[in-house]
Design a protein around this ligand. Sequence first.
Ligand SMILES: C[S@@+](CC[C@H](N)C(=O)[O-])C[C@H]1O[C@@H](n2cnc3c(N)ncnc32)[C@H](O)[C@@H]1O
Length: 327
Amino acid sequence: MAGGDHVPVLLEEAVTALAVQPDGTYVDATYGRGGHARAILARLARTGRLFAFDRDPAAAASARDIHDPRFVFRSCWFSQLVEELAALGVLRVDGVLLDLGISSPQIDDSTRGFSFRADGPLDMRMDPARGESAAAFLARVTARELTEVIREYGEERFAQSIARAIVAARAVAPVVGTRQLAAIVAQAVGARPRGDRSQDPATRTFQALRIFVNRELAELTLILPRVVPMLATRGRLAVISFHSLEDRIVKRFLASASQPFGGDPRLARLPIRTAALPPAPLMLVGRAIRPTEREVAANPRARSATLRVAERTPHPVPAGFGATPRP
Ligand SMILES: C[S@@+](CC[C@H](N)C(=O)[O-])C[C@H]1O[C@@H](n2cnc3c(N)ncnc32)[C@H](O)[C@@H]1O
């Protein structure tokens, strides 16, 4: 089954948060199907520019539909976008949007293996050209490592039973299908598969494997400090996250980067007068924004979304910046 459309989450809120200047230069680090990108383009004048990135080849194919001289798309993992922009001659930007996680077309395309709603190969890579598929990972991982992955990234209390069940199952036959994995998980936790993302016993295990296979938290931890020095004064960083693990990283990063110690947590612990510390490179803009009930009713994927926004101050990025707290 091929993927359908993607309904962008917090569309108005995120684009408003970027405070788009008509002649500004913007980055959409997670193009997906371009919902946010199109809304940003709509606010740009002829002199504005939008650079978009995504590591999924289907997103790259969709970006080819935008024929606009102000728009440039490059396939890359967003931790590398600073280099990609530099290669395009772009060293300063007025806003960066990160809309994390996966898109509906990725979930809906059973050949990608993100979902158990339909049977498909257990791949789960956003970029199928790089890294290990979920099936390859499950074929080699120890029960102990797998328990950690499922517990940490899936926040799954039955992680150990599930990991043991997967290791036992693969001794009989390789675990290579989405429905096969969902059935193993359901049996391990003594529940019936429901095929519904919000309630199926396999939901957390699928989330954990997807986060692991795509190095999602590492990518996020790498990119946040890297975009700050690129932001022009008053430039905005807007991040939409979809689960608590991501949101915790974003929240902690923004909190520390908006402290006088400039995001270096080591300095915060020293007995130094605040005035002697480097001023903060970022300033928080408002509180976390969540979707309205109306948006969630229209688009259930929005229910766990959180948008956080920060603005670049005029202060230089201090040395040591980027020593972000560990997730
Ligand atoms: C939630 S969707 C974005 C949807 C988009 N804002 C829209 O309106 O269509 C997230 C997208 O980010 C991409 N993505 C996630 N992590 C990435 C990473 N580390 N590097 C590049 N792309 C990534 C995924 O492939 C997916 O297409």
